[in-house]
Design a protein around this ligand. Structure first.
Ligand SMILES: Nc1ncnc2c1ncn2[C@@H]1O[C@H](COP(=O)(O)OP(=O)(O)O)[C@@H](O)[C@H]1O
Ligand SMILES: [Mg+2]
Length: 222
């Protein structure tokens, strides 16, 4: 599998926006870029994604939810590695993934309160040893993030991307308290792995954040 760079952070912090910008930048530099996301990224994973993000599934058991995320991940990692082998461009390939194992630890561990040791173990099994070389944590206060996400979803209701992005509404409807725990969780996870996880202030403008991310990527990965 190529080099894996993951983007993490609460809803609305700018992950999707920044992945697109970084992907375009790296493609121009001659890298083979593959953009993907969790949950989803595969045919099977996208079906699981629909279950996970459907607001009708509020009653989902937390363990069911955790296992569905891990199931999704196992499928994604397997397909990514098969894909890289087939392409034969391992060394020049960079995979940009919108959320990965740290999201499971932040949401299901710090947010839901499921045992973190269990989650780490499941993360390991599902990712089959694939580890990000770099993780960008876009840190933003919860109210700003949710405000952005809601704004995005209202706008996208008018367009074709609606079904994709508004699907995230199950998480937007969670209590503020939950999102606060998730943000704190992400920061704690980052403090435990400062070499891999770089915190970027997501309050700045889109272009400034992009430039900062490019600097990090150039220093640490390329
Ligand atoms: N730095 C920023 N400042 C202001 N608005 C932003 C910024 N980054 C992204 N946005 C906007 O906020 C919304 C959520 O961004 P998005 O990239 O979808 O976040 P995420 O994928 O992390 O949920 C989008 O409408 C996007 O255009
Ligand atoms: Mg997104």
């Amino acid at each position: 599998m190529g080099k894996l760079i993951t983007f993490e952070g609460i809803e609305g912090c700018g992950k999707t926006t920044q992945i697109k910008l970084l992907g375009d930048y790296l493609r121009k530099k001659g890298y083979t870029i593959y953009e993907t996301r969790e949950p989803g990224g595969t045919l099977i994973g996208d079906q699981i994604r629909r279950i996970l993000l459907n607001p009708e599934n509020k009653g989902i058991n937390y363990i069911t939810e955790l296992l569905l995320y891990e199931a999704c991940r196992a499928q994604l990692v397997k397909e990514l590695s098969v894909r890289s082998e087939e392409l034969g461009v391992k060394d020049k390939e960079i995979i940009l993934c919108d959320r990965f194992t740290d999201s499971t630890l932040a949401y299901q561990g710090y947010g839901r309160g499921i045992d973190k040791g269990v989650i780490k173990e499941l993360n390991k099994i599902a990712s089959g040893g694939a580890k990000p070389v770099l993780t960008i944590l876009l840190d933003l206060d919860v109210k700003t993030g949710l405000g952005r996400a809601i704004g995005r979803n209202i706008n996208s209701q008018k367009s074709e991307v609606r079904s994709q992005e508004s699907a995230e509404s199950r998480f937007e409807e969670e209590a503020l308290e939950f999102h606060l725990k998730v943000r704190e969780g992400f920061l704690k996870i980052a403090s435990e792995e400062p070499e891999r996880i770089k915190i970027v202030d997501a309050n700045k403008g889109i272009e400034d954040i992009h430039k900062e991310i490019v600097k990090i990527v150039e220093n640490y990965v390329i």
